[in-house]
Design a protein around this ligand. Structure first.
Ligand code: DGL
Length: 271
């Protein structure tokens, strides 16, 4: 695949923009094509077969736009659709999920007691537990589904009393105590990283809260360098952002995730 083609990135909605941002921070010459499946948001409580169907359609759409790499910027879809997507892409297209880079990071850093929060789908799949234990069975992995967090963030309830109460309520749960690191196992959560860190500080607990989007950004860069597919000159083309269902409210929320205004285009790929 020509290294001057784009990086395709997708999520159920806009959470994956935290990953897109981190990738562009690492690889400013690249051009991205983003797809937010807003018609089917949230993925967190959907069945694996529904998510596989959505992910397959989106991946075909991104492949048709000549993407050299497709990043599944969603933990839920990474958990249930990664193997399938690897099989359906053209041979010269690379698929990257957001879970393997974080597992690799945890192993390299030597954490011993890992906490994971994520959607019902991600936690129910036990994917982090399985992949971490495959590498080192001695690492303890505790997990908690935190389904309210993604909708709370999508609706803009961050950095306030409501978010503080919800975060506290979840992090006080017995399932997620006695950990040395916390994995933000949903691409929405980097937006509340600071609030989570503040909570642990107040409790006088030493827990490293992982900036999972940045870990993925750094991984994508290394991966693309090793495959020899990065751009050495800045792309002249604008990034493109697609959604499967356009609404004005949604357009406003994108600013919060991406840090600047975005022109969203509607692509009705499921009709
Ligand atoms: N951002 C998605 C993830 O990383 C989940 C949000 C949703 O439930 O759609 O799992």
């Amino acid at each position: 695949m020509d290294s001057n083609t784009s990086i395709g990135i997708f999520d159920s909605g806009i959470g994956g923009l935290t990953v897109a941002n981190a990738i562009l921070h690492e690889l400013p010459n690249e051009r991205i094509i983003y797809f937010g499946d807003t018609a089917h948001l949230p993925y967190g409580d959907k069945s694996a077969s529904a998510i596989q169907y959505y992910a397959k359609n989106i991946t075909n759409f991104l492949s048709s736009k000549n993407c050299k790499v497709i990043v599944i910027a969603c933990n839920t879809a990474s958990a249930v659709a990664y193997d399938l997507l690897q099989k359906i892409v053209p041979k010269d297209v690379f698929v990257i999920n957001v879970i393997d880079p974080v597992v690799e990071y945890i192993i390299n850093k030597g954490y011993k007691k890992v906490g994971v929060i994520g959607t019902i789908g991600t936690i129910g799949s036990n994917i982090y537990k399985i992949k971490i234990k495959e590498q080192n069975a001695k690492i303890k992995v505790k997990q908690l589904a935190t389904p309210l967090l993604a909708s709370m963030i999508e609706t803009g309830f961050i950095n306030g009393q409501i978010s503080q109460l919800i975060i506290e309520d979840y992090l006080l749960k017995p399932e997620i105590q006695d950990i040395d690191t916390l994995v933000l196992g949903c691409t929405h959560y980097p937006l509340i990283k600071k609030e989570i860190e503040d909570y642990y500080k107040q409790q006088n607990l030493q827990v490293d809260v992982l900036a999972t989007n940045e870990i993925v950004g750094a991984y994508v860069k290394q991966y693309m360098i090793s495959e020899g597919i990065i751009r050495y000159e800045k792309s002249e083309e604008e990034h493109q952002f697609f959604v499967s269902d356009y609404t004005e409210t949604f357009a406003q929320t994108t600013r919060m995730f991406y840090g600047k205004d975005i022109k969203l285009e509607e692509a009705r790929i499921f009709d």
